[in-house]
Design a protein around this ligand. Structure first.
Ligand code: GLU
Length: 422
């Protein structure tokens, strides 16, 4: 049935999420009522944000905040600034946050926000005004006990600082726990910036152990060199993995002997692009993900591995740093090829796990050392990997469906326990 999907249907993130959810729910024999409750987001907010632009004109941007679930705790999830943002995408990303928080067993529900804009074409002043007005529109919907945003594509620590400040000005008191991923000096957590990449390096270590493969000679290709991709590459290289390829939106790099990642990060901050880096040869960015390697890490955006290219992938492990990089049709092709998948809701959960630590530290007003943060993160990521593969084995399903089943089961249990308020 899936093979009959058009590419547009195949790459709709909401459909991709819903297909996996339905499959896992069926396997769990999920109660029909709970199925309906968990299938759809609890709340969807649409805002149209007027912003004074630098040239004196007024622009109106459309923004969303979707809260999928608050069953296990406050809603939690990033805010994305991108021209490709759509309600369906934000819905999918919000649901994935619910499942992700449940997979790593932290006390949050799931949410996501997005604004349709091109942050690369906006000045700092325009971004600040847009962020503050977006926050003001959402002021009664977010909060440390309600919904806690964080960075995602196109947003960063500075964006979180503006949100924290705007929210605090409305409250007339500084409230740091309203967002995570803040700068360290204003309530951010040590280790948060690298946390998603660090979590990825931990699940890669666990996967190699599980599959009996050595770190030495383990070739890694990373697609995307933003926060997640660059930190994954850097940390994996430090652990002895060989980063042979890096693909970015504007070009790719290949070096069979391994790319010097810190040198590349330095080149990028100087040149504004990875292109032209002397320590590797240029490679086609789309072809790179089909090169032979032990681990492929898509760390950019959705729909990178689709029916168009899945049969050409030559990795042994697909570790999903991005949310939703693999379509459901591609899943089937990769299953036939026996690719070991570390699914997004497990692989990239290191970010939200350290966001949880940040929220805890803000509420305590007591901050941990980087070593403490990292040690707690490593423990949660290792345990979650083992939980997912054990679940996959005992239920005879693949890792992705195991992660969904584990998560849905946890959220369903809480939902039933709390009961339906009428
Ligand atoms: N945007 C990140 C994600 O997709 C982090 C979310 C968070 O820290 O709340 O997992």
């Amino acid at each position: 049935m899936m093979q009959t999907l058009t590419l547009e249907q195949e790459t709709n993130p909401w459909e991709a999420q819903a297909a996996r959810f339905d499959f896992a729910a069926r396997k769990l024999n999920l109660d029909e009522g709970i199925w309906k409750v968990l299938r759809y987001p609890a709340r969807e907010i649409i805002v149209h944000i007027p912003v004074g632009m630098d040239d004196g004109s007024i622009e109106v941007f459309t923004g969303y905040r979707v809260q999928h679930s608050i069953a296990r705790g406050p809603a939690k999830g990033g805010i994305r600034y991108s021209p490709d943002v759509s309600l369906d995408e934000v819905r999918a990303l919000a649901s994935w946050m619910t499942w992700k928080c449940a997979v790593v067993n932290i006390p949050f529900g799931g949410a996501k926000g997005g604004v349709i804009c091109d942050p690369k074409k906006m000045s700092q002043g325009e971004l600040e005004r847009m962020t503050r007005r977006y926050t003001a529109e959402l002021v009664e919907f977010i909060g440390p006990e309600k919904d806690v945003p964080a960075p995602d594509m196109g947003t960063n620590e500075q964006t979180m600082a503006w949100i924290m400040d705007t929210y605090s000005m409305h409250l007339r008191q500084t409230c740091t726990a309203v967002v995570t991923g803040k700068p360290v000096n204003i309530g951010g957590s040590r280790g948060r910036r690298e946390a998603t990449g660090r979590g990825i390096s931990v699940v890669c270590d666990e996967a190699l152990k599980y599959l009996g493969m050595p770190v030495e000679g383990c070739r890694v290709i990373v697609q995307g060199f933003g926060n997640v991709g660059s930190n994954s590459a850097k940390l994996l290289a430090e652990k002895g993995y060989t980063i042979i390829g890096i693909a970015e939106y504007d070009g790719g790099l290949f070096n069979s002997k391994g790319i010097d990642v810190p040198a590349l990060i330095e080149h990028r901050s100087r040149a504004g692009t990875i292109v032209g880096f002397a320590g590797a040869e240029a490679a086609d960015k789309d072809e790179l993900i089909t090169y032979p390697c032990e681990i492929l890490i898509p760390a950019a955006t959705e729909n990178v591995v689709t029916s168009r290219n899945a049969d050409r992938l030559r990795c042994k492990i697909l570790c999903e740093g991005a949310n939703g990089p693999t379509t459901t049709v591609a899943d089937e092709i990769l299953a036939d090829k026996r690719v070991f998948i570390i699914p997004d809701i497990l692989a990239n959960a290191g970010g939200v796990t350290t966001s949880y630590f940040e929220w805890v530290q803000d509420r305590m007003g007591y901050f941990w050392t980087e070593a403490e943060v990292n040690q707690r993160l490593d423990a949660i990521m290792s345990q979650s990997f083992l939980d997912v593969v054990a679940y996959a084995t005992s239920h005879g399903v693949n890792n992705r469906i195991a992660a969904y089943m584990l998560a849905i089961d946890r959220v369903a249990y809480t939902t039933k326990q709390r009961g339906i308020y009428a």
